[in-house]
Write a protein that binds this ligand. Sequence first.
Ligand code: NI
Length: 185
Amino acid sequence: MAIRPVRTIGDPVLRRRAADYLATDVTSESFTGLIDDMVETMHAEGGIGIAAPQIGEPTRVAVIAIDRASSRYPDMDDFPLTVFVNPRVTVVDATEQGFWEGCLSVPNLRGYVLRPRGVRVDFLDKTGQPKALWAEGFLATVVQHELDHLDGVLFVDRVRDTSKLATIENYLRYWASRAAQPSEI
Ligand code: NI
C-alpha cells in the first residue's frame, strides 16, 4: 500500500474519459494494489471519495467511504467503504438539489453545484459482482461527483453561478451553514 500523489486540476489525466476496467482483472494483484492505494490516499488526504484518475490511473474505478465518526463530517450518514468498477449512473429523481462541493484535485476551492437528487448506480463491486445502489440527498451528490471524474468532469464545470466559487477561507467566512456542507470528494 502506498499514498500516491493526488493529480490536480490542469493535469490532462483528469480530463480524459477513463477506460473500462476489465472485469476479469478484479482478482489481480494490480487491482487490489490500485484499490489499496486509492483508499490509503483518500484517507491520508481526508477525502470521502476518490477516483482512479485522481492518482493518475485512467481507468473506471472509484471508491466512496463516509465515516460519521470523523469529526470533519459530523452531519452525514455513514456510508461503508464501497468500490465502484465500471459504474453507470441513471437519474431516478431529477429534482435539483444544491451542495457546496470540494475536491482533492481542486485544492482550496469550494463551489455550489446543483445536481439531480436521486440516482441509481449499476456497477461491479471489488469482487466483480454486479451491484446496484440507490442514492439520494448528499450521497447522490457524492456519487455523481465521484463518477464524473471517470468522464473527465470536475465539479467546477458544473458550477452554474460562478459567484458561488470560493476559497475555503471565504467559504467558511461567507457561505458556510449546516445546509451547505463542504466536502472533498
Ligand atoms: Ni473530486
